[in-house]
Write a protein that binds this ligand. Structure first.
Ligand code: GLC
Ligand code: CA
Length: 552
């Protein structure tokens, strides 16, 4: 495919509530982000994705927007945001914002009017059905029915996610125009694009039929009839035409439920978006992203195969957004390395493994420090509404409270939402006030005091970013094709990147033994996560917890 500017970016994702608290009220804010631009610049990232910063009751931490045109007072003002954009541009950092248009908050003025007024002109902006009982047996992503009764009326409104997140009715052209106006308004402010939230939920099956029950709650997953339904292409094409295509911007969609055979439409040359996140290997340890209580065993060989399936499919049509962590996932260290989560060699190997895949790398705040999951002892320490729901559902599905707590600890979205550990000081140096969410217990050891410390995970990420962005293999590492390599062990991951002038082979050993690769074509090691690899006449001896890039 043709070279485009966003292919060469390194994106860093910020969860504003937890990144940096400038006024010490326990909540991260925009001035806090601005004050850390030097840190981000030092790391070498080129673009920020900031999770929702709009006014919100924060039931789902900003993914429940009550005003599309403002900034949440706890995060600052519109002026603070404009200052951040301006300062970031000066440091060579672009900014993309989160676009949440499947639903609003129930405290958005449109929805408030619907509740107050049986004949509200905004009624058709939402998905509302008349009836004495719930129209279908679908279960929302965060648990319970997708239908909620409107008090005092025989009417139900639909929510794919939480009760305080009523879905917008994309079937209504007037609503769609309001959304496009808003999108263009933000793009005109100088942001570089959007990460687009849960976008495949905007098209539902309008037959509104009951589905076969799939849980002890008597309900059935909303995703079967409420996500990526036929006809979604009409909405997405229009959205792209009316907004993104008029700007020099980048779009990264969260588009769950899109099959590899549909990628041409989503990210092809004339696709709805520039990139999408693929969750197929992020959820390899659980039955699905909304069923944490069904844990699945996995091997690195399976991880390798899933990653390569994804890479090959995406490469066929367009471009990918590579990640191992985000604000909905637990820490990658704990998930992918398990007992080795604190082994810094293994953490670096995991980092390099996904970083040199084909696509634009996304780094989630704290990943560059090797932050690990927490271990909460009571469910009351959780804030995330899906963690609380999954705890309850696990118990309803037959698990003991201890088992349920264990499962939620492993998977909770709060794991990645804990305040950023800036130092070993109280509250990780995040705030002098009690933070909105308890810090993770490991902050005294795993924190940003790593900056400048030789051999640290932070310095490793910095070196790796520099190697991709400014090294002599930039062309191959960014634009080169990707292909599978045979595996000599169940505990390795391997691939090659094929450039115009060279082929780079990448090997990662997640096992506990030295890995022998007898028939490689390697002549020269060009990058290593740790010292100690032996290379002689094409024979490689790769130590445990080590990854290398070699050239033939
Ligand atoms: C997306 C977001 C998640 C949010 C949900 C509802 O999956 O990433 O954080 O809870 O959409 O907006
Ligand atoms: Ca604050």
């Amino acid at each position: 495919m043709e070279k485009i500017w966003w292919q060469g970016e390194i994106v860093y994702q910020i969860y504003p509530k937890s990144f940096s608290d400038s006024n010490h009220d326990g909540i991260g804010d925009l001035k806090g982000i601005t004050s850390k631009l030097d840190y981000l610049n030092d790391l070498g990232i080129t673009m920020l994705w900031i999770c929702p910063i709009y006014p919100s009751p924060m039931d789902d931490n900003g993914y429940d927007i009550s005003d599309y045109f403002g900034v949440a007072p706890e995060f600052g003002t519109l002026q603070d945001l404009e200052e951040l954009i301006e300062e970031a541009i000066k440091s060579g950092i672009k900014i993309i914002l989160d676009l949440v248009v499947n639903h609003t908050s129930d405290e958005h003025n449109w929805f408030k009017d619907v509740l107050a007024n049986p004949n509200s002109k905004y009624k058709d902006y939402y998905v509302i059905k008349e009836g004495k009982t719930k129209p279908t047996n679908w279960r929302s992503v965060f648990g319970g029915s997708v239908w909620e009764k409107i008090p005092g009326r025989e009417e139900y409104y639909f929510h794919s996610f939480g009760k305080k997140q009523p879905d917008l009715n994309w079937e209504n052209p007037e609503l769609r125009q309001e959304i496009y106006k808003m999108v263009n308004w933000w793009l005109d402010k100088g942001i570089s694009g959007f990460r687009i939230d849960a976008i495949t939920f905007i098209k539902k099956d309008l037959a509104w039929k009951n589905l076969p029950v799939d849980g002890v709650d008597g309900l059935s997953k909303v995703t079967k009839s409420g996500r990526n339904m036929p006809g979604i292409d009409v909405f997405l094409k229009e959205l792209q035409r009316e907004t993104f295509s008029k700007h020099h911007c980048v779009t990264v969609a969260e588009a769950p439920g899109v099959g590899y055979d549909e990628l041409g439409q989503f990210i092809g040359e004339d696709g709805f978006f520039d990139m999408i996140f693929d969750f197929k290997y992020a959820d390899l340890d659980v039955k699905s992203g909304s069923e944490w209580f069904v844990r699945l065993p996995w091997t690195y060989r399976e991880l390798n195969d899933k990653i390569m399936d994804s890479q090959e499919a995406i490469q066929r049509y367009g471009w990918g957004a590579n990640f191992i962590e985000n604000h909905d996932q637990p820490r990658a260290t704990t998930k992918y390395l398990q007992k080795k989560a604190r082994n810094s060699d293994a953490v670096k190997t995991l980092g390099a493994m996904y970083f040199f895949l084909k696509g634009t790398p996304f780094i989630y705040q704290g990943q560059e420090l090797g932050v690990i999951n927490f271990e909460r002892e009571t469910v009351s320490d959780f804030n995330d509404l899906s963690s609380i729901d999954q705890y309850q559902r696990s118990i309803n599905e037959g698990l003991t409270p201890e088992e349920a707590l264990h499962i939620v600890n492993l998977r909770s979205r709060d794991n990645s939402r804990t305040p950023f550990p800036w130092s070993a000081e109280e509250n990780g140096g995040f705030s002098t006030a009690t933070p909105w969410l308890k810090v993770t217990e490991s902050y005294t050891e795993i924190n940003a005091a790593q900056v400048g410390v030789e051999g640290s995970i932070y310095e490793f990420y910095k070196e790796m970013i520099d190697f991709r962005q400014h090294g002599k293999y930039f062309e191959t590492l960014v634009y080169g094709d990707i292909a599978r390599l045979p595996l000599e062990s169940d505990e390795m991951i391997a691939y090659k990147r094929i450039g115009q002038t060279e082929t780079i082979y990448a090997y990662f050993n997640f096992g506990n033994e030295v890995l022998n690769l007898p028939n490689s074509r390697a002549k020269e090691i060009i990058f290593e996560t740790a010292k100690g690899t032996k290379l002689e006449n094409g024979q490689i001896q790769l130590p445990a917890n080590t990854g290398i890039l070699v050239k033939s």
